[in-house]
Design a protein around this ligand. Structure first.
Ligand SMILES: O=C(O)C1=C[C@@H](OP(=O)(O)O)[C@@H](O)[C@H](O)C1
Ligand SMILES: C=C(OP(=O)(O)O)C(=O)O
Length: 422
């Protein structure tokens, strides 16, 4: 019989950091309710403070951002983006709208991630950006004197975050910005950016030729609620499928602005019973997990690892494609998932932008997380039906969900008890 479990999922990282950006650029006081409190959002808030914005994150339920509006007031700042891709992509575009010298850096992991296409556009719009030392992108030194706007051409095949950064900063530019991009990956995040900007009073025109246009103007301070993180919810929905239970996530429903909620469509293909209402999403695990399908996860690549850890239990192979850009995240996720699945005795094949997982009976292994929160959380799902799965770095989940292991254990039992039951 299926037990109904209600998961408490913290706020969306992507919405929290976009809201922080817009609130900083807006004149007045904005309230961000139920923000995600994790390494990535705290790093973003600290960087905004370094740029001269007042971000009060003392109340865990409601963050308050107070700003005169516009680009940063600071004339000099050192920005440590830590591991946060959103900080390293969005904040250079904000800083470039100010006047001053800004040095950007991040962790070793972030230094390996590409920024080139975005930095080249910022240069073309007026920022001077020089690498520090022999590195490719981060760390770099920026001399900012405002951004001109105008029409830009960019390749967004490595990350959609470059385009989100330009759209978010566009109202602060001198002239209208028109963006013409090729090869856009992770496109639902652009819809999220446009939706969030609208909530702060800024419109983005979608033109029939596929370009996006934003006029100079002002963000309006807002009071917004952050919905639970859909990528994080994927581990709990996948756990429902693996354990044959029912998991509900309140607050994540049909009005969600997060593309990763589409992960539940993949679970439905696997036989799960899925209900998305206005107020919640519920996934009930099937009696048999169906495989034998191919799925393009290019738009929702943060959830491909969740699927890869569920796939060995399906009754046919699962082919995942469109995930080349997932090699450029916290780790080379295609490679790291394949190696860890292989260590667990799962038959896997990979190519440049795909992975095929064959039905297997996984066995326990020490999972190499590579400081990648999603590797830790995805393999925790595999561990629900695999005794002896251990993570070499449990703490790396703090990038997006510091309380992950507690919430997982509260719903599905402690790992050792689970192993004894399997
Ligand atoms: O804009 C965002 O908030 C994000 C966009 C995606 O990155 P890419 O566009 O690099 O795929 C996603 O993987 C990341 O977790 C968050
Ligand atoms: C890719 C991710 O993060 P970011 O790009 O925001 O660092 C992620 O959270 O999986």
């Amino acid at each position: 019989m299926s037990t109904e479990l209600v998961a408490t999922i913290p706020g969306s990282k992507s919405l929290t950091n976009r809201a922080l950006f817009a609130a900083a650029a807006a004149g007045g006081a904005s309230l961000i309710r139920r923000p995600l409190i994790s390494d990535d959002t705290l790093a973003f808030a600290r960087c905004l403070r370094a740029l001269g914005y007042a971000v009060d994150d003392r109340d865990p339920h409601t963050w308050r951002v107070t700003s005169p509006g516009g680009g940063p007031a600071a004339a000099r700042a050192e920005l440590d983006c830590q591991d946060a891709g959103t900080a390293a992509r969005f904040l250079p575009a904000l800083a470039a709208c100010g006047r001053g010298s800004f040095r950007f850096d991040g962790s070793d992991q972030l230094r390996r991630r590409p920024l080139g296409p975005l930095l080249n556009v910022l240069r073309a719009l007026g920022a001077r950006i020089d690498p520090v030392g022999a590195t490719r992108d981060l760390p770099f030194e920026m001399r900012a004197d405002g951004l001109a706007g105008g029409e830009i051409h960019m390749d967004a095949g490595l990350s959609s975050q470059y385009l989100s950064a330009l759209l978010l900063s566009a109202p602060l530019m001198d002239k209208p910005l028109v963006t013409r991009v090729r090869a856009l990956v992770s496109s639902p995040y652009i819809d999220m950016t446009i939706g969030l900007m609208r909530r702060f009073g800024v419109g983005v025109d979608r033109r029939p030729d596929g370009t996006l246009a934003v006029r100079p103007g002002s963000y309006r301070a807002a009071d917004i609620d952050i919905e639970p993180d859909a990528s994080t919810a994927s581990y709990f929905f996948a756990a429902a499928v693996l354990t044959g239970q029912t998991v509900t996530v309140p607050g994540l429903g049909s009005g969600s602005g997060q593309g990763d909620l589409r992960f539940v469509d993949v679970l439905s293909t696997m036989g799960a019973d899925v209900e998305i209402s206005a107020t919640h999403t519920t996934v009930a695990g099937p009696a048999r997990i169906r495989g034998g399908f191919s799925v393009d996860m290019g738009d929702i690549s943060d959830t491909f690892m969740t699927l890869a850890c569920l796939a060995p239990f399906a009754d046919g192979p699962v082919h995942i494609h469109g995930i080349a850009h997932a090699r450029l995240k916290e780790s080379d996720r295609v490679e790291v998932v394949a190696r860890n699945l292989t260590s667990c005795g799962v038959a896997v094949e990979t190519g440049p932008d795909w992975m095929r997982i064959h039905p297997s009976r996984p066995s326990g292994a020490l999972v190499a997380c590579h400081r990648d929160h999603r590797i830790a959380m995805s393999f925790s799902v595999l561990g629900l039906r695999t005794p002896g799965v251990e993570l070499d770095d449990e703490a790396c989940v703090s990038k997006t969900f510091p309380g992950f292991h507690d919430e997982f254990a509260r719903l599905f039992g402690d790992r050792r008890e689970r192993s004894a039951r399997v």
